[in-house]
Ligand binder design. Structure first.
Ligand code: ADP
Length: 181
């Protein structure tokens, strides 16, 4: 599924983010930038031990912000580590989650990259409700493309069937709203 905007395109695919042949993949990192589990563990395994060393040199990253490393053994040239919020229902999570997407896209645009792939940040171990996270993520991406016009292909890589379906529904909804305005 694909949506063309003036500033780029949003694509939804089902798959494994570590296999994506894009300029950068985004990691759903923890604040310590440690390998951990979930998509983060998979990225570290695929990139090789050099990635954990590069992350240790950076030392950490606040929630809602990003840090960039090389991709090492990954097909992607860079890994953009984005620290999503742990969902607690305080109402502050949406801003922090949107910030992850925006800051990652800003780093990609600043480096002149053409393509970047995201996982569904915070929707696994961090417990962010899927429907809500999908809306926040896709709106933040669409907003950035419209405002900054970076000419980026932004691919969301959804691991499970339900993750894909929920994101597809959210993207259709956003596109419908965008066609009206
Ligand atoms: P968080 O701690 O930010 O919640 P998780 O890694 O637990 O991060 O989960 C984030 C999302 O990434 C979940 O939807 C999970 O199913 C998905 N995921 C796990 N492994 C991969 C992978 N190899 N490629 C893409 N997505 C993945």
């Amino acid at each position: 599924m694909r949506w063309e905007l003036p500033g780029g395109a949003i694509e939804l695919v089902r798959g494994d983010i570590t296999a994506q042949e894009v300029d950068a993949i985004v990691n759903a990192a923890n604040a310590q930038l440690l390998p951990g589990g979930g998509v983060c563990g998979a990225i570290h395994r695929a990139a090789g031990p050099e990635l954990a060393i590069a992350c240790a040199e950076i030392g950490g990253c606040p929630t809602g912000q990003v840090r960039v490393t090389p991709g090492f053994r990954l097909p992607a040239r860079y890994v953009i580590h984005a620290v999503g919020p742990v969902y607690r229902g305080t109402g502050e999570e949406a801003q922090l989650l949107a910030s992850c997407y925006r800051e990652a896209l800003r780093e990609a645009a600043a480096r002149g990259l053409r393509s970047v792939a995201f996982p569904a940040i915070s929707t696994g171990i961090y417990g962010y409700p899927l429907e809500e996270a999908a809306r926040v993520a896709l709106a933040a991406i669409a907003d950035f493309l419209r405002r900054e016009r970076p000419g980026l292909l932004v691919r969301m890589v959804l691991f499970g069937e339900r993750d894909f379906e929920v994101h597809a529904a959210a993207l259709r909804e956003l596109r419908r709203a965008g066609d009206i305005t």
